[in-house]
Design a protein around this ligand. Sequence first.
Ligand code: TUI
Length: 312
Amino acid sequence: MKTKLTELLGIEYPIIQGGMAWVAEHKLAAAVSEAGGIGLIGAGGAPAVFVKEQIQKAKELTNKPFGVNLMLMNPEADEIAKVIVEEGVRVVTTGAGNPGKYMAMWKEAGIKVIPVVASTAMAKLMERAGADAVVAEGMESGGHIGSLTTMALVPQVVDAVSIPVIAAGGIGDGRGLAAALMLGAEGVQMGTRFVVAKESIVHPNYKEKLLKAKDIDSEVTGMSTGHPVRSLRNKMTKEYLRLEKEGAGFEELEKLGLGALRRAVMEGDVVNGTVMAGQIAGMVSKEQTCREMIEEIMAQAEELLKGATDRV
Ligand code: TUI
């Protein structure tokens, strides 16, 4: 399938893997790139030396292009932005902020820069700053989210900018990809589905909780702190929401969240940890290799798109 995204990145399929903190490490990124999409190493809250190591390990696993997601609240964001250049990374996506101050350095190095945005204003700002494309991420996504749904956000971003738009949030199969293309997107970013990939290193407890999850099992915490996060309901989300309702302060809440994602992903504590996942969790029902997932998604999308003329 050829789209402006496959052309821009020189990849086979218009599928970007979400830059999920702790989850998106080098094995997952390399597997997605090897399968014809573009894999990303998620810097999350990790130190720059760790990200550098991850990039080097990914290079040992694939000759295909892969990228790094820079989560802009990372205290070492400045250092990681430089590591990305030093290591010759080809693609960068950013999340949870404005990557404007790194744009000139990255563009000079020939890096394709694709900020994740949750509004048309941010999309326009990023286009003016020199972004090659944007990911328009709806609130169906797991993790840190904006307030618009994918269905409402994507076409409005498509109308607002001339660079390619990639749809994200609530997309987990070929139906989602086909629908995103109909909204004017040039590809999709998917996270939640890849969490249960065979190449994903997340703790088996996390995978099991995701595989068992139903449509209504995710919840948004942190509305009151200005950092809303979607994750699967558990003791942690219940406690967090209770404290928010009681008017707990920013610091107390942030302390509760600190390290909670790592606890779930690495230690398998899916009771007191944060099990980030998107609203498509109920659609994720089997562990497959990244190649199997991508081939299944592409076959389904192609069949739907070819059959679409039957309706008109
Ligand atoms: O970044 C994400 N998703 C994430 S980051 C993350 S790590 C984390 N862990 C605990 C608490 C908070 C974060 C987990 N999931 N998605 C991309 C995304 N970016 N969604 C929304 C935004 C966004 C929001 C505001 C982008 C730009 C923005 O601009 C604000 C500004 O600076 O003007």
